[in-house]
Design a protein around this ligand. Sequence first.
Ligand SMILES: C[S@@+](CC[C@H](N)C(=O)[O-])C[C@H]1O[C@@H](n2cnc3c(N)ncnc32)[C@H](O)[C@@H]1O
Length: 364
Amino acid sequence: MKNLATLPVEKLLQKPRKLQFPGFPSQIDRFPDLRYMGSKRRLLPWIHQILDGLDFESALDPFSGSGAVSYLMKAMGRRVVASDFLNLSSTIGHALIENNKITLDGPAIRILFENVPTAHRFIEKTFRDVFYTRADLRFLDRVSGNLRQLDNPHQQALAMAALMRSCVKRQPRGVFTVSGDLSKYDDGRRDLRLSIEEHFLEQIEFFNEAVFSNGRRNYARREDVFKCSTENIDLVYLDPPYVPRSDDNCYIKRYHFLEGLSCYWQGLEIDFETKVRKIPKLYTPFSYRSTAIEAFDNIFRRFRNQKIVLSYSSNGYPDLDHLTDLLNNYKSDVRIFTRPHRYHFGTHEAVKRSTVTEYLLVGL
Ligand SMILES: C[S@@+](CC[C@H](N)C(=O)[O-])C[C@H]1O[C@@H](n2cnc3c(N)ncnc32)[C@H](O)[C@@H]1O
């Protein structure tokens, strides 16, 4: 297999195309981004350009994360199954991918904001002096209880997704790795000044506007990639976590609060020894050098009857050549698309900016 990684993307596409991303669905502007680690939101025009040249009616996104790529494929009119092993991700999938028409209307909003004196105080008690103000925490307890009074599961998911995004906006760096006095991150941003309640009102509107129908029956699931069904699926878009060069890539470490909130911590064991009240990590073989190669081999084999589109990055392990060889074991036609990309992601004091090369490996 020739390594095409250094060729410009337009040379690799079969037909010559304009660089202007023609036909990029305007619906994408309404996607409420969660600032999720590894989100492909900013790469969607490029991903669209490549997906648009492929023949498929149905797609599975088994590492759906923030749901950005599922949302793109839905906007492209394909039947989409969005899935992830995190409950927070599948909640977004239920709200925006599976849901074609249900919004939060007046009666639902009234229920959500209702003041119930008997509301549980679990969040307030557990996260006091850890995250947010006391009023914010009480509000989260209140809405979490009220949300269960909504009859429609898509309304519930939409309200929870709006609540999670409110929490992300109110949290200085959008992650839950540090607690206590976060005033050093306060740069006067409006997002930090609004209460979670005020954010939630705004987010309900954003999420309502993000709901749309593509005339297909789409689904959202909470599942491990190794258990996903491939029935009636033409194409699988794979975006697993990468084995990190430094630090780690644990989603639970960063988003444990959202994962807990999404199910009111039911069935989750909180570690009260930790300052931020962590919950147990979810094991994934993609995060470790010792298991990543076998994991890639396993998913390529699992999806060998589907068209495979894999997002990968030059800072991942194994490297591009190794991954291409693995994919070649199952696919006779492998094409590689490349693009420079700058990630902005904060893990320590300052926001890190790293420049990497993004790859899309297409196996036909
Ligand atoms: C790089 S992110 C995906 C980002 C997504 N494409 C987006 O644009 O937001 C990787 C996702 O894989 C999920 N994940 C990791 N291991 C998994 C597994 N074994 N099964 C299902 N999901 C997994 C993580 O929860 C995370 O949401």
